[in-house]
Ligand binder design. Structure first.
Ligand code: NAD
Length: 339
C-alpha cells in the first residue's frame, strides 16, 4: 500500500513513524508548502519524492492512499482533489470548518468509490479501547450513565501555536476527541447542552467546556474538558471514565487504572499503553493510538470493511462540536436534528 502524506508539521511526525510500523505500507511521497519542514521529514524518514504543491503530487500519482495531516482550513480542497484523482483518503481531525464542508467531502469521496477515514484516534488509545471492549462485552450490563473527562493544565500552545489564535479552541481541538469517545461508548446523541469558559487570558478561544449529552439509546453522559486545570500529578493526555451500568460500574482512573465492579467483585487492571520505540512520555498514549488507527485503516481496506471513524461516521462527531458551540452561544439545549 503506497501512501502520500500531505502536511509535514508537528503531528505528522507521529503519522510517519506510525506508517513505518505497519506491514505492507510505505510512504512514497511527501508534500508541504513549507520547504524546511518538507526537507526535514524527507531526510528523517528517507522519502525522496517531495512536493511543495498538492496538485503536482496528485498529477504525478503513484500512490493508493493520501494521508492528510494539515490543519483544518486546507481539508476541503485537499479531500476534493484526492476524490478527483480516485485515491483512498485519511484526513486529520477536526475534519471540517463547517457542516457543509464536512458533508461535501463525504459526498465527493463516496462518489469516487474510495474509502474516507477521519484520523479520530482517541477511541484507539489502548486504555480507552480496553474500556470500550469491556462495555461492549456486557461487563457492567446496560450502561445508563457515563462521564468522559479530560482535565489538564498542559501547555499545548508551545507545540501548536495556532491553538491560541483561533476563535474556537477546546471543543474543536480536544473536545472533538472526547465527544467521539462518548459516541464510541454510548452511541449517537439526540441532544446536547454545553457551557464554555475562557480562563487563560493569553488565548482567544474557550479552554473549558462542560457538555451534557442525551444519547439516543438512553444513556446520559457528561463530557467535560479543560486546559485550565492545575492538578498534581498532571494527567495529560489521559481521558478518564466513570460509567454506571445495570449490573456494575467501570472506572478508568489516572495512571491508566481500569476498575470494573460487578456482583460484589472488584477487578482492577493496569491498562497502561506501551511506550513504542519512537514515542516519548506523556504523548506515548496518543502516539500508540496513531499506529493503531492506521492499522485499522489498512485492515479495513484489505477486508473491504468501513473504518469505525469513516467520513460518514464523523459527521456525527463533528456535528456534536457544532451543536455544542450553538448550545453554549444561545444558552439552550440543541437537538442533533438542527445541525
Ligand atoms: N489526532 C491527534 O491526536 C492530533 C494531535 C495534534 C494535532 N492534530 C491535528 O493535526 C492537524 C495538523 O496539526 P499540526 O499541529 O501538525 O499542524 P502544523 O501547523 O504543525 O502542521 C501542518 C503542516 O501542513 C502544511 N500545510 C498546510 N496546508 C497545506 C497545503 N494546502 N498543502 C501542503 N501543505 C500544507 C503546513 O505548512 C504545516 O507544515 C490539525 O488538524 C490538528 O488538529 C491531531
Amino acid at each position: 500500500m503506497r501512501i502520500a502524506l500531505i502536511g509535514c508539521g508537528f503531528f505528522a511526525q507521529n503519522q510517519l513513524h506510525g506508517w513505518q510500523g505497519i506491514d505492507g505500507a510505505e510512504v512514497v511521497a511527501l508534500c508541504d508548502r513549507d520547504a524546511d519542514r518538507l526537507a526535514a521529514s524527507s531526510d528523517a524518514f528517507g522519502v525522496a519524492r517531495t512536493y511543495a504543491d498538492a496538485e503536482a503530487l496528485f498529477r504525478d500519482g503513484g500512490f493508493d492512499v493520501v494521508d492528510i495531516a494539515t490543519t483544518v482550513a486546507s481539508h476541503r480542497p485537499l479531500v476534493k482533489l484526492a476524490a478527483r484523482h480516485g485515491v483512498h483518503v485519511i484526513c486529520q481531525k477536526p475534519f471540517a470548518l463547517t457542516m457543509a464542508d464536512a458533508r461535501a467531502m463525504v459526498a465527493a469521496v463516496e462518489a469516487s468509490g474510495k474509502l474516507l477515514m477521519v484520523h479520530e484516534n482517541f477511541r484507539w488509545q489502548s486504555p480507552v479501547r480496553a474500556a470500550i471492549d469491556a462495555l461492549r462485552s456486557g461487563a457492567i450490563g446496560e450502561p445508563f450513565f457515563g462521564r468522559v473527562s479530560f482535565r489538564s493544565g498542559y501547555d499545548v500552545f508551545s507545540g501548536q501555536p495556532y491553538l491560541a489564535e483561533g476563535e474556537r479552541f477546546i471543543i474543536e481541538d480536544l473536545g472533538i476527541h472526547i465527544l467521539d469517545i462518548a459516541r464510541a461508548l454510548f452511541g449517537d446523541v439526540a441532544r446536547i447542552t454545553a457551557t464554555t469558559r475562557r480562563i487563560n487570558p493569553k488565548i482567544r478561544g474557550e479552554d473549558v467546556a462542560t457538555m451534557l449529552l442525551a444519547h439516543t439509546g438512553g444513556v446520559t453522559s457528561v463530557v467535560d474538558c479543560s486546559y485550565a486545570t492545575r492538578r498534581v500529578p498532571e494527567t495529560f493526555p489521559e481521558s478518564l471514565l466513570e460509567i454506571d451500568g445495570t449490573e456494575g460500574t467501570l472506572r478508568l482512573d489516572t495512571g491508566y487504572r481500569l476498575t470494573i465492579q460487578r456482583g460484589g467483585q472488584t477487578d482492577v487492571r493496569d491498562v497502561s499503553p506501551p511506550l513504542l520505540p519512537w514515542a516519548s512520555k506523556p504523548w506515548h498514549n496518543i502516539q500508540e493510538s496513531v499506529q493503531l488507527i492506521q492499522q485499522h485503516f489498512v485492515d479495513c481496506l484489505r477486508e473491504g470493511r468501513v473504518p469505525e471513524t469513516s467520513g460518514q461516521d464523523n459527521l456525527q462527531t463533528f456535528g456534536l462540536v457544532e451543536a455544542a458551540y450553538l448550545s453554549a452561544r444561545e444558552g439552550r439545549t440543541v437537538g442533533m436534528d438542527e445541525i
